[in-house]
Design a binder for this molecule. Structure first.
Ligand code: 5GP
Length: 171
């Protein structure tokens, strides 16, 4: 099964000049969605992680399914104001401006091994922010995984030398 065929290319979204890779056809395809999760699970079979950390919104979809498949806990990373309990946060730079990511302050233990999952690696800004947040807890990154890597953007360089497993690479 060619998972690339389940990714729809949308020109000029969310703004002119941007080519957006839409994952909803993959999500809607039972076999394709399961395959993406199974492939990610294989990559991290030896990681000995206890939790998966993923950012809203699309990261939740793959992160939660993978946590279920691998028998791990799931920790949501959200934008400010969305989590009900006390939070720890990091701010990170975007092309224009900056953004903030939050996690509940008791979400991770010092030394705990976690997998960080997202749907897509573009510039690496989002995953780099999530890594900073995980490290702020003194937790250990056991692996980073995405379904799609836009390799032409070299986002891996932003990932603090952790590397990133990807199921599909778009060059
Ligand atoms: P980065 O921070 O690496 O530049 O962008 C990756 C983040 O933005 C991911 O959380 C992802 O959900 C979202 N994103 C950026 N571009 C795309 C895209 O073309 N398709 C999808 N599905 N998500 C994207």
């Amino acid at each position: 099964m060619d998972l690339r065929k389940l990714i729809r290319d949308i020109p000029d979204y969310p703004k002119e000049g941007i080519l957006f890779f839409d994952i909803t056809p993959l999500l809607g395809d039972a076999e394709g969605f399961r395959k993406a999760i199974d492939l990610l699970a294989e990559r991290f079979a030896e990681a000995k992680a206890t939790k998966i950390v993923a950012a809203e919104a699309r990261g939740f979809i793959f992160g939660a399914a993978l946590a279920y498949k691998m028998g791990l806990g799931f920790v949501p990373v959200r934008k400010p104001g969305k989590l009900p309990y006390k939070t720890k946060s990091v701010s990170y730079d975007l092309e224009y401006g900056s953004d903030t990511l939050c996690m509940h302050e008791d979400a991770l233990l010092r030394g705990e091994k976690v997998l960080v999952i997202d749907d897509l690696l573009a510039t690496g800004g989002t995953l780099s922010g999530v890594i900073d947040l995980v490290e702020a807890f003194g937790a250990e990154i056991a692996g980073i995984g995405v379904v799609i890597e836009l390799s032409f953007l070299n986002g891996k360089e932003q990932l603090h030398s952790y590397g990133c497993e990807s199921i599909l690479q778009i060059a």
